[in-house]
Design a protein around this ligand. Sequence first.
Ligand code: SF4
Length: 164
Amino acid sequence: MLRTVLSPDDCAKCRFCCSFRRQSLWETPLFPAETAKRLAERYPRARFKPASNGYLTIDIDSDYKTDDPEEEALCPFNKNGCVLTGDDKPFDCSIWPLRVMPHGDRLAICLTPTCPVISAKPLDIMRELVSGEVGDKVINYARTHPEMIKERRDDFPVLREFDA
Ligand code: SF4
């Protein structure tokens, strides 16, 4: 969805958003239960655990080999890039580094500040992107899938506000 600002080539060279430190586990993607069941059959090494609202997320807790808080565990669906396509791909992943968060009594599309490619671009490029169709899609999805709304993080700049 973000191809105009983030090319598949950029993402293939970078596994940043598919690797998780323990403190980043709140960011692991959400899967509808039926999708997780189908993927668990197709990818036996992938494990899932309950998340919110009946959704599941990847269970990578036992993949950490050390106590180092900086150690990262890779999503089981990353094999030199994400193997998931179409409806199998979590919406969370298709819009990263965008995130929906509370903003006062409203909601906002915010920007994860750590994407190495996007953070090198002016913020106005992302504001422009979400001012149109991309932002509308994210907003409509958030309104019907409240489980994707994350807790507010002050270091995530607001790109566009909207009514809940
Ligand atoms: S599902 Fe795909 S895009 Fe999402 S974190 Fe896993 S490998 Fe990355």
